[in-house]
Structures are given as structure tokens and as C-alpha cells.
Design a protein. Structure first.
Length: 604
């Protein structure tokens, strides 16, 4: 994610904020923490003699939604029920009884630190989120916050008996062994650091979630800040700039406290003029404001947010381009959901071609795919042949884009998003015709043959997708290119873990993920191709097609063997690489390198 010091400073000075769900959430978490910091603890001391308080109170094991409902149901009164709700909201990212990925504070991996882990919900490994909330009662979280100011990790955890989860290989062991195992991993995990930042929110910056924290450290400004303070700490002194976000995220709790205080102070000095001379109350106000700003900027999926923001400025047209399999069409649909503010299960409802007279308050989207035979008549309209009872006649027919824009003109308070998949497969100048002017000058009328006056209104947003390595496709001419912005999408291999975690055993999935990473690295280092020729995540996800389908239906985790890897290579990966290499395949050296890649990928 790109965020410079100048950009953050400008947003801060302009008092950038928006009334949004994230902003409201930040205020709610602030109130919850304030309440927990003042909550009486003495009456619960006896219940913190042993870990896994939630289980001892009768919270049943299962998925997080079951555990949440069960904990709410065994609350002794409405006040305790409210405290439980607040605790789940704080440490499990819950909202209205459901977990929200962007508000989570831990990844799905129990034993590994949280810089690289997935926060996707679903799958057998996502239970870590619910386990953390169901194993610890609200008073443990409150006590943890209260002890954060001066105490060490061992002192805090020893008093609160807070746990993350326990591993299956400890099943049958007593609570003490499970607690010690959890404690060993928890020391490097993000949840204790998150609680410490919020317990000390008047002195340090406190992002609202793990996503916000990681995204901020990965910005250019975040890395620059880390690089500037590393000389003061032995644990990160001499480390390369790009490696610092991972080390800081994953460092032990007691080391993190000092490092994050230094980071916060440095950021405040860089962004706020004369921060050190402000009064204490003013400093608290500034820290609150900047923490919320960082959360607003960094919490959402950067690509989706950036594309959506771009579409609502300038000429309202963007091309998503990148290597094959990088999810360009999928990302387009995610932008639709962002712009229309709808859920995953609502896309069909807002598809323009499904519109049947009824209306909605948000808008519509349409998706089409260009191909070499796609014409102006298909897109805008014109005279088309019609066959009736073996008699050919001709009629004037409106194209799909004209119908879409005409409807948008009648509903200018709504958003209309038009997706053109594989946009550069058609002869674009011929398909768009005189729309080049209308694309640039929204709201201004042009004259169309047969139809007369036509306008592309400002509430129409256009998203095109384009595969940038298919050499058979025509290129954008310059006149059309300047009507669009271009947003590059590269492979997101972490999606492999998110999607397959429900179906593949963890060790096997980790090994497969590493194979995919190494193959993409080898495409540039061994085959000499640019990063534009890397393989997108969609290709690697096709391994699912070769797994045992009966086990898939039962969601029974299985192992990826050499048999499945060989099929994936033969049917999906090898043809793509051969297309990339083209005539270079006649070179014996290139053939040898390709065979080496195959051998490494199939190694089992």
C-alpha cells in the first residue's frame, strides 16, 4: 500500500474523516476500553485461578458463532451479557453477533506470529479467532488492560490466565500444560500487543485491528519510520528496511512495548508540527485523531478501496490489468459491492439484466465480455437483422451500454457500474465510436446515428479488465487510453491458504503454498521473464479440481500429493508457461530450466 509522509500529513491537516462504519467502530472500541479499564476486578479474582475460564463456565466448543451464542446464553444478567458482547467486539472483531475480518486481531494460525497469517473467516483454521474469545471471559480482558501499564508479559498473563487456544496434540492434557503451551506462542502474537496499545491509548498510536496495523507498517512511510528508529534497538538494528514490518509485528511483547512507543513518538513528530510542545490534553486528542485516521486509511482491502476511490474521481473509468489468474473480474465485483454497499449474497439482486420493473435505492451493475466479433451495434446499438418465420427483416435495436446509461440518466442519485471483461479483445475504437468524447466529458450530449442525443451520466462507472501478457490482443490506442485510469493487479498467493484451508491439511497446504511462491520467483530469476509473467492465484487454486471430490463435499481435510501436483502442472501450468516462452522453447537452455521448475514443483 502506498502512503507517504506528505499524504498522511495532508490528510491529517485537512481533518480528513468520514462518517463511516469504521469511524463509528473506532469510537465504540474506545468506549469499551475505557469501561474495561475502570471495571472492578476483585469480585472475579477466584475465577482467574485457572485458564480456559470460558470452558469452565460451560461454553461449548464449536465454531465461533456457536461459542458466542452459548456464552451470551449463560450470562447471569443483562450487564454481564453486555460485557461479553463488548469483549467479543474488542478481541474477536464481532459486530451484531458475527465476526468481521477487517476488525480481527489475530490470524488463523495458532502457533505462528501474525505478520503473514491469514485473517480470512471460514475454514478449519479460522477457529483461532473464536477460541480466543470463548476461552477468555470479559473480566480477564479487562484485567489484562488494567495491568498493561507497568507489568511484564509473564506478570500480566500469570495474573489473568489469558490464553489464545491450545493445539490438538495437547488434547487430554491438563489445563496447566495447555496454558503453558499457549503462553509460549501468545508472547509473539498480536492480541497482547493490541490490548497494550489500547490500554495506553493516551500515549501511543492504536490502530483498530491487525489489518490496519499490518497495512500501515507496510506503507512507504511506515517502513521509513521503522528504518529511522531501528538503530536504537538491538533486536532490529542492521535489519533491511523491507524486513522491519514483519520483525516488529512478530517481536515479543516486552520488546514491542518500547519499540512501539518510539515508533508512535516518531510518527507524531513527523506529522504534527511542534507536537512535543502541546499540552497533555491536546496530545491525547491528536493521538486519538491520528490513530483513527490511520485505521480509516489502512483497514480496508487496499486494492478495493483504491479502485473504488479512483472511480469516484476524474473520468470514472478504470482498467484492471495484470497477469492471468490474478482475479481481475473478481476484484471488479468486489468494487461493485464497495460502491453499492452490498453484501456477498446480494450481487444477483443488483444485476441490471435481472431488473424486472422493481427498483432499489442503491443502483445497479452490469457485466459483459468483449471478444473479436463484438461490435458497435452490440454495445451502442444500430440496425440489426431479425429472423421471423424464415423471413429476414431489419430493426433498430439499442445496445447494452446505451440501455444501461439511459436508465442511469433517469436515476442520477444511484450508482451504475458497468464491467467490461477482457476489454482489449475487441477492436475498441470501432466498438466505442463517438463515445470517446462522452467518456471524457460526462454529462455532455453527443449525437448518435439513429438515436439522436445521448449522454453518459456522471453516475456511471466503468471497469475494464485486461490481461497484459496475451500477445494476440490488440493494444489500447492513445486516444482511448487517456479516458481510463490503469490499476495493476499482481498475484495474491495468500488467497491460496484462505481458500484451501478448509479442505487441505495444514502441513500439506503450507508446503503447497511454498511451491507456488517459489515457482513465481523462478519465473523471473530462472526463465528471465518479467514479474508480469508470474502466475495468478486462480491457476494454483485449480488444484482443488484434482482432489478427492467426496472428501471435498464432506470438508474432510486431505493431503496434496504428487499425483495432484502432476495433473495441475500438465493441464494448467505448463501450457501457460509454454505460451509465455513462445519461440524461446527451441532453446535447449530454456527447456532445461523449464524442466528444473517442473521437477521442483512436483517434488513431494
Amino acid at each position: 500500500m502506498e502512503l507517504t509522509k506528505e499524504e498522511l500529513k495532508s490528510l491529517y491537516e485537512k481533518d480528513y474523516s468520514k462518517r463511516s462504519e469504521i469511524s463509528q467502530r473506532f469510537d465504540e472500541i474506545t468506549m469499551i476500553v475505557d469501561s474495561f479499564l475502570k471495571h472492578p476486578i476483585n469480585i472475579y479474582r477466584n475465577e482467574m485461578d485457572n485458564p480456559f475460564v470460558g470452558q469452565h463456565k460451560g461454553v461449548t466448543e464449536g465454531n465461533s458463532k456457536v461459542s458466542y451464542s452459548n456464552m451470551i446464553n449463560i450470562a447471569k444478567d443483562n450487564d454481564e451479557k453486555k460485557q461479553i458482547e463488548n469483549s467479543w467486539k474488542l478481541i474477536a472483531g464481532y459486530e451484531n453477533g458475527k465476526p468481521i475480518e477487517k476488525y480481527r486481531i489475530t490470524t488463523n494460525n495458532i502457533t505462528s506470529p501474525d505478520y503473514n497469517g491469514s485473517i480470512k473467516l471460514g475454514g478449519i483454521y479460522a477457529r483461532t479467532n473464536g477460541n480466543f474469545a470463548s476461552n477468555n471471559y470479559f473480566f480477564q480482558i479487562a484485567y489484562f488492560l488494567q495491568l498493561c501499564e507497568k507489568n511484564t508479559f509473564d506478570e500480566i498473563v500469570g495474573n489473568t490466565k489469558i490464553v489464545l487456544s491450545w493445539q490438538k496434540d495437547l488434547s487430554g492434557k491438563d489445563d496447566k500444560e495447555k496454558f503453558e503451551s499457549s503462553k509460549k506462542y501468545l508472547e509473539k502474537k498480536f492480541p497482547p500487543k493490541f490490548l497494550w496499545m489500547w490500554a495506553n491509548k493516551e500515549e501511543v498510536l492504536h490502530p483498530i485491528s491487525l489489518m490496519a496495523f499490518r497495512n500501515f507498517l507496510d506503507t512507504e512511510f511506515g517502513k521509513t519510520i521503522l528504518d529511522s528508529i531501528k538503530k536504537d534497538f538491538e533486536s532490529i538494528k542492521g535489519v533491511e528496511k523491507n524486513e522491519l514490518p514483519e520483525l516488529v509485528t512478530n517481536m515479543k511483547f516486552d520488546n514491542f512495548k518500547n519499540v512501539w512507543k518510539k515508533i508512535s513518538d516518531k510518527i507524531l513528530e513527523e506529522i504534527v508540527d511542534e507536537f512535543s510542545s502541546k499540552t497533555d490534553d491536546k496530545k491525547k486528542e491528536i493521538i486519538f485523531k491520528l490513530s483513527k485516521l490511520i485505521s480509516l486509511i489502512c483497514i480496508e482491502e487496499p486494492d478495493i478501496k483504491n479502485i473504488a476511490d479512483f472511480l469516484q474521481t476524474g473520468n470514472r473509468a478504470v482498467i484492471l490489468w495484470g497477469p492471468p489468474g490474478t482475479g481481475k473480474t473478481y476484484e471488479s465485483e468486489q468494487v461493485v459491492k464497495e460502491l453499492l454497499d452490498i453484501g456477498d449474497d446480494e450481487l444477483e439482486k443488483y444485476l441490471f439484466s435481472n431488473k424486472k420493473g422493481e427498483d432499489n435505492t442503491k443502483g445497479y451493475y452490469q457485466i459483459i465480455q468483449f471478444h473479436p466479433n463484438y461490435t458497435y451495434q452490440d454495445f451502442i446499438g444500430g440496425i440489426s437483422p431479425k429472423l421471423t418465420s424464415e423471413i429476414i427483416s431489419y430493426e433498430l435495436r439499442e445496445g447494452v451500454f446505451k440501455e444501461f446509461c439511459d436508465d442511469a440518466n433517469k436515476n442520477k442519485d444511484k450508482k451504475y457500474i458497468f464491467i467490461i471483461d477482457e476489454i482489449n479483445r475487441a477492436e475498441l475504437s470501432a466498438v466505442f465510436g463517438e463515445l470517446l468524447y462522452a467518456l471524457e466529458y460526462r454529462g455532455k450530449s453527443i449525437n448518435l446515428p439513429h438515436f439522436g442525443s445521448f449522454v453518459i451520466p456522471k453516475n456511471v462507472y466503468i471497469i475494464g479488465t485486461m490481461n497484459n501478457v496475451d500477445k494476440s490482443l490488440v493494444t489500447f490506442d492513445l486516444a482511448l487510453r487517456r479516458r481510463f485510469g490503469f490499476f495493476k493487479l499482481m498475484p495474491k498467493l495468500e488467497v491460496i491458504e484462505d481458500v484451501l484451508s478448509e479442505f487441505v491439511k495444514k502441513d500439506s497446504l503450507d508446503d503447497y503454498y511454498q511451491k507456488c511462491v517459489e515457482l513465481n520467483q523462478s519465473i523471473t530469476s530462472q526463465l528471465g521473464l518479467s514479474e508480469d509473467y508470474q502466475i495468478g492465484q486462480a491457476y494454483f487454486l485449480r488444484i482443488k479440481d484434482f482432489l478427492d471430490q467426496n472428501k471435498l463435499k464432506k470438508k474432510e481435510p486431505q493431503i496434496i500429493t504428487r499425483f495432484e501436483l502432476k495433473k495441475l502442472w500438465l493441464y494448467n501450468i505448463e501450457p501457460l508457461l509454454e505460451e509465455y516462452l513462445g519461440m524461446q522453447l527451441e532453446d535447449d537452455g530454456i527447456k532445461s530450466k523449464l524442466n528444473a521448475l517442473k521437477k521442483n514443483f512436483l517434488k513431494y
